[in-house]
Ligand binder design. Structure first.
Ligand code: AHR
Length: 512
């Protein structure tokens, strides 16, 4: 974003956007609105799967949860981990359920019953209207088990693994296209953590045998588990040195929290995400230049969210339970604002970030919560994600935002307005996503650039609440929800709108 220096002349409290259909950043890959289900806590058991629940279908999948997932229109869901995958034997989760082993799961210190495995998850994804992004275990296992899993999932038949899938009730191949080569292998907490050299070598060889098994795969190499890791970004440079020509994406992960209860600082944390993305793009392009390669590497931001509310409770959790309530963050209204800023940041980098996964989807740091045997509801963060997924498809537009700013000790000048646009050529709609970070003042907004006389404001959706810490619960599920706001209009070819203090906004423009 270009920020116009305002030193010396205080800027009017107003934001100006240069809005033009052709001022494009890049095409938004729908997979930017992906999510994540890990065998962790109650994401699978008690989340998407609960046989015996009144809303469960014949396979044990909760219909109420499926409905809430469908409402997000998320095109891809990462599975089965996460830290979990680095100790996972995928063969434990196939075949007759009564024969599947119960195992100690070392990443989250739980007991894994294996009642859901790859075949069930593929079935669930079909019901949810989404696709699988599959991760392979490069912790305790390696290329052999990974290529067997590709053969099991994607080979039509006539080989041991593909015929086993057929015998297990899936005559047609699953055709899973996107695969992650392990998870967070840079992290010492990871089961069989590796150095960049060790991981780079095994990822390269695994990528080769997986693509030889199915040349249609798209592969994601593990980047750093966060930009604060001491090995960042040397990890990316080394890993890509080994894998550049064999993979298609490198992963990024980040989670933020408001531990200091400093909301202006918290809402600025998407600037850190922005910096992280720029640094990874620069590292990819450095390796590209070094290798004299014609290929451009893309980014998969396959874990991102707010995560901090549950840390204390999780430290006290008894180990070796089946599906304990781990990572059950209850999200506040201000968390939804930061999630909105993070979504805007991802869209602003749509030219290079082609996939992203809100981590996670149900119960575990999730937009959807359930009670075992009881109801399901939408957390505050459900809504900005839903809006971006529904209306943020098409071409990302650079709005060249001119905004007032505030000063934060960590981030310096923080723009009061975080915003991006998306032009959808299919219906000729332009959607603006905007967060007003000012906690006290509403922000008038005006467009410059394109004459918008041919457009009308279809709707202005707003999420706003007098209490930044307000949450949704089973008993009060509609405490924080979006509403329609009147007043935004186009006159003289310009858009004018008022963004309430501390608000998430979606302004949809349609052709007259
Ligand atoms: O999403 C929760 C955990 O966060 C994942 O298992 C891991 O990859 C990350 O550290």
């Amino acid at each position: 974003m270009i920020r116009i220096p305002t030193r010396g002349k205080p800027m009017e409290h107003k934001a100006i956007l240069t809005l033009h259909e052709e001022f494009a950043i890049g095409e938004v890959d729908p997979r930017l609105y992906g999510s994540f289900i890990e065998h962790l806590g109650r994401a699978v058991y008690g989340g998407i799967y609960e046989p015996g629940h009144p809303a469960a279908d014949e396979q044990g999948f909760r219909g109420d949860v499926l409905e809430l997932v469908r409402g997000l229109n998320t095109p891809i869901v990462r599975y089965p981990g996460g830290n979990f995958v680095s100790g996972y034997n995928w063969e434990d989760g196939i075949g007759p359920k009564e024969k599947r082993p119960r195992r100690l799961e070392l990443a989250w210190r739980s007991v894994e019953t294996n009642q859901v495995g790859v075949d069930e998850f593929v079935d669930w994804c079909r019901k949810a209207g989404t696709q699988v992004m599959m991760a392979v275990n490069l912790g305790t296992r390696g290329p052999e088990e990974a290529r067997n899993l590709v053969e099991y999932c994607n080979h039509p038949g006539g080989t041991a693994w593909s015929d086993l899938r057929r015998a297990n009730g899936h005559a047609d191949p699953h055709n899973i296209k996107v695969w992650c080569l392990g998870n967070e292998m840079d992290g010492p907490w990871q089961i069989c953590h590796k150095t960049a050299e060790e991981y780079g070598r095994v990822a390269c060889e695994t990528a080769k045998v997986m693509k030889w098994t199915d040349p249609n795969l798209e592969l994601v190499a593990c980047g750093s588990s966060g930009s604060g890791m001491p090995t960042f970004p040397a990890w990316e440079a080394t890993v890509l040195d080994h894998t550049y020509e064999h993979v298609d994406y490198i992963s990024l992960h980040t989670y933020y929290g408001n531990q200091k209860n400093d909301t202006p600082n918290f809402l600025a944390k998407s600037l850190d995400m922005d910096h992280f993305i720029r640094s990874v793009v620069a590292t990819c392009d450095y390796v590209k230049a070094k290798k004299r390669s014609k290929k451009t590497l893309y980014l998969s931001f396959d874990e991102w969210n707010v995560w901090f509310h549950s840390h204390e409770a999780d430290r006290k959790m008894e180990p070796w339970q089946v599906a304990p309530p781990l990572l059950e963050d209850v999200y506040t209204f201000e968390d939804a604002l930061l999630v909105g800023c993070m979504l805007i940041t991802l869209i602003k980098h749509a030219d290079r970030v082609k996939m992203a996964c809100l981590a996670q989807l149900v119960n575990v740091i999730a937009p959807i919560m359930t009670v075992n045997g009881g109801g399901a509801w939408r957390q505050t963060i459900y809504y900005p994600f839903q809006h971006a997924s529904l209306f943020g498809r098409g071409t990302a537009l650079n709005l060249n935002v001119r905004s007032p700013h505030y000063i934060d000790a960590e981030f310096g000048e923080v723009p009061t307005l975080e915003a991006v646009g998306v032009f959808n050529p299919q219906n000729d709609e332009i959607t603006l996503f905007a967060v007003n970070r000012d906690l006290e003042k509403s922000l008038p907004l005006e467009s410059a650039g394109q004459d918008l006389s041919g457009y009308r404001v279809k709707e202005h959706l707003v999420m706003v609440h007098p209490d930044l810490k307000a949450v949704n619960t089973l008993e009060n599920p509609n405490n924080v929800v979006p509403t329609r706001r009147e007043g935004a209009h186009i006159a003289g070819g310009k858009l004018s709108a008022e963004l309430p203090a501390a608000s998430w906004n979606v302004i949809r423009l349609a052709k007259i």
